[in-house]
Design a protein. Structure first.
Length: 60
């Protein structure tokens, strides 16, 4: 893996982690159980706009 590929992979991982944290936090505050909050976190990752991440990465 070259440096650019590694940077992109790190960026995507960071975005996924942030989306999961936000999804879990929002679900927990809404009163969902832990299992429901985890499902919401996974759903938040699935909803990430990968094209938008790539576009932002390319414009740097």
């Amino acid at each position: 893996m070259n440096k650019k590929e590694k940077e992109l992979a790190e960026r995507i991982r960071s975005e996924c982690i942030e989306a999961a944290k936000e999804g879990f936090r929002d679900a927990s505050m809404s009163g969902l159980c832990s299992e429901g909050a985890i499902e919401a976190a996974v759903s938040a990752i699935q909803k990430l706009d990968v094209e938008e991440i790539l576009k932002a990465y390319r414009s740097e």
